[in-house]
Design a binder for this molecule. Structure first.
Ligand SMILES: Cc1cc2nc3c(=O)[nH]c(=O)nc-3n(C[C@H](O)[C@H](O)[C@H](O)COP(=O)(O)OP(=O)(O)OC[C@H]3O[C@@H](n4cnc5c(N)ncnc54)[C@H](O)[C@@H]3O)c2cc1C
Length: 291
C-alpha cells in the first residue's frame, strides 16, 4: 500500500458517512489519522509526490460527501497531539482538531470570555475557523491572535489574526490544514461567563435540531435577510427530495432520513435554490462543503 511506511496511521477504503453529521456518502480511498505534525507533514509530502488529492475532515458537521468514493487521502486530526489546549494569561492556544465545545468550556473555566456565544455549534476549531463560525453575537475570527497552518506543499506557515480576512461564514485561512490557533480573550468572572454559556446553550438548542438528528445547515445567509426567512416566505420549508427534507421547525436545516443519498441532498438544495431565486431574486449559496 502507498502509505505502508506510516505504521497503521492510514487505512484504505474507509466509509466517510460515520464521520459526517448527515451520515451520507462513499468511501475515502485513503483515510489518515496521523499521530503528530511530523507524520502529517510526511503524509502530505508523499501524497503530493504521488499526485494523490488531499482533503481535511474536522467534525464533519458541514461536509456533504458524494455517493461515489473519493479517490484520494482524507486527513483527520483526531490524535491527542491535535487536541491540546493551553492557557497563558488571556491567551488560549489549541490544536486544530480540538472540539469547539471543549475549547469554550476550557476558556469559560479559566475566566476568559469571548467565545461562549458559539456554544452548541458542532465541529472542531479548525472547521470553525475555516468557516468563520458565528452567531448573532459575532464570529470566531474576531478573537484569533495567530494560527499555524500547513501549506499544500507541506510547509508550516504562521499567520497573525490581523492578516486573516474574515467575513460571514468565510475566512482567508485556505492553506491545507489549520494546525493550531491562539485566541486572545477577555478576562471575566467565571460564574458570569458560565451563566452566559448556559444561556447561549439553551438558546442554541431551541434554534437547531438536536443531535443525533442527521441534520445540516442548508444555506449561508445573504446580506440583509436570513436564509431561514427566505425559506419560509417562499414555501420551501418542508420541501422533500427522496428521503431528505427541509426541516419544518428549523427552516434552514435539512434532515436526512433512512434511505437518503447525497444526490438527493444536492437535488433538494438545487430545487430550493431555484425556487427562492425565482420568487425573491436572492441566489443562496449552500452552507455545506461538497466533497
Ligand atoms: C446542527 C448544526 C448547527 C450549526 N450551527 C452553526 C452556527 O450556529 N453557526 C455556524 O457558523 N455554523 C453552524 N453549523 C455549521 C458547522 O457546524 C460549522 O461550519 C463548523 O464550524 C464546521 O466544523 P467541522 O469541524 O465540523 O468542519 P467539517 O464539516 O469537518 O469541515 C468543514 C470545512 O472545514 C475544513 N476543515 C475542517 N477542519 C479543518 C482544519 N483543521 N484545517 C483546515 N480545514 C479544515 C474542511 O476541509 C471543510 O472544508 C451548524 C451545523 C449543524 C449540523
Amino acid at each position: 500500500m502507498l502509505f505502508d511506511s506510516f505504521q497503521g496511521a492510514v487505512r484504505e477504503e474507509v466509509p466517510l458517512a460515520p464521520y459526517t453529521w448527515l451520515q451520507l456518502g462513499g468511501n475515502a480511498k485513503y483515510f489518515a489519522e496521523p499521530t503528530d505534525v511530523e507524520q502529517l507533514q510526511g503524509l502530505v509530502c508523499l501524497a503530493n509526490a504521488k499526485g494523490v488529492a488531499i482533503r481535511v475532515l474536522g467534525g464533519g458537521s458541514n461536509i456533504l460527501v458524494r455517493d461515489r468514493s473519493f479517490d484520494g487521502l482524507v486527513l483527520h486530526l483526531s490524535a491527542p497531539a491535535f487536541e491540546k489546549i493551553s492557557v497563558e494569561g488571556n491567551q488560549v492556544k489549541c490544536g486544530g482538531g480540538t472540539r469547539l465545545a471543549h475549547l469554550i468550556t476550557r476558556c469559560v473555566g479559566a475566566g476568559l470570555g469571548g467565545l461562549e456565544h458559539l456554544v452548541g455549534i458542532p465541529g472542531s476549531v479548525g472547521g470553525a475557523l475555516r468557516n468563520n463560525s458565528s452567531t448573532d453575537e459575532g464570529d470566531i475570527g474576531t478573537w484569533l491572535k495567530s494560527a499555524t497552518l500547513l501549506s499544500r506543499e507541506g510547509n508550516l506557515v504562521r499567520v497573525e489574526g490581523g492578516d486573516v480576512a474574515f467575513s460571514h461564514r468565510r475566512s482567508s485561512l485556505d492553506e491545507l490544514v489549520i494546525l493550531d490557533a491562539t485566541f486572545e480573550l477577555q478576562p471575566g468572572d467565571v460564574r458570569q461567563l458560565t451563566k452566559r454559556e448556559q444561556t447561549f446553550w439553551i438558546l442554541k438548542r431551541s434554534k437547531q435540531p438536536n443531535y443525533p438528528a442527521r441534520s445540516a445547515l442548508a444555506f449561508i445567509d445573504p446580506d440583509g435577510i436570513s436564509a431561514a426567512e427566505l425559506i419560509q416566505r417562499t414555501g420551501v420549508s418542508g420541501m422533500i427530495e427522496g428521503s431528505v427534507q427541509f426541516n419544518t421547525t428549523y427552516p434552514n436545516y435539512i434532515t436526512a432520513n433512512t434511505g437518503a443519498t447525497s444526490e438527493q441532498v444536492l437535488g433538494l438544495l438545487d430545487r430550493a435554490q431555484k425556487s427562492i431565486q425565482q420568487k425573491t431574486g436572492f441566489v443562496l449559496q449552500p452552507h455545506l462543503v461538497v466533497w
